[in-house]
Design a protein around this ligand. Structure first.
Ligand code: AMP
Length: 189
């Protein structure tokens, strides 16, 4: 978890690679569907364009199907999901029904100002020209309103790890692995 621009996608791929599990990014799945102009993509696009979340019923069904695929049988890393309280409930049910549970929830922490600067740069570099400052700020607001409350939900369950997201990609992933090792050591005791 983390606000847009915190580096979730980059870190998700590195962590998933190290753990040999698939990185499941709802944002990537939506973007691929938009690019291919599938019915799902057409539905998602109008929400994504203005920086809003895609409605839960669309997102939840997509994730349910994805985590039931063969490559996720031995574990998976979710990038950008869950993002709403309703998504947490659906994920809980899906995991419980499959006799599975989350080992860890990682939050990358980065200040709002640093985030907007990073995102504007990314929009420039990756040609995400529709990421205007207004849309980016709206995405931050949506994160604060809808997703930040999830942090305390997972904190109360004792699975939350906060990792400082400022620094190079390598510095941040080193922090993530150190934290995962620390928690694994604690649980083994
Ligand atoms: P991301 O690349 O994770 O920032 O996702 C890009 C966009 O896809 C978001 O701004 C949302 O519009 C949409 N999206 C991704 N994941 C979710 C989710 N879990 N719930 C709702 N919308 C999502």
């Amino acid at each position: 978890m983390g606000p847009p621009g915190a580096g979730k996608g980059t870190q998700a791929k590195i962590i998933a690679d190290r753990l040999s599990v698939p990185a499941i990014s709802t944002g990537d799945i939506f973007r691929a569907n938009v690019a291919e102009q599938t019915p799902l993509g057409l539905k998602a696009k109008s929400f994504m364009d203005v920086g809003d979340y895609v409605p839960d019923d669309i997102t939840n069904g997509m994730v349910r199907e994805r985590i039931a695929e063969d490559d996720a049988a031995d574990g998976f890393l979710l990038d950008g999901y869950p993002r709403t309280v309703a998504q947490v409930e659906v994920l809980d049910d899906a995991l419980a029904a499959a006799g599975r549970s989350l080992d860890a929830v990682i939050v990358l922490t980065v200040s709002d100002e640093e985030l907007v600067q990073r995102l504007l740069k990314r929009a420039d570099v990756e040609g995400r020209g529709d990421d205007t400052e207004e849309v980016l700020r709206h995405r931050q607001d949506v994160f604060h309103e809808q997703t930040e409350p999830l942090i305390s939900v997972y904190e109360d369950r004792g699975v939350l790890m906060r990792v400082d997201g400022i620094g190079t990609v390598e510095e941040v992933s080193a922090r993530v692995f150190a934290e995962l090792d620390r928690v694994r050591g604690e649980r083994a005791r």
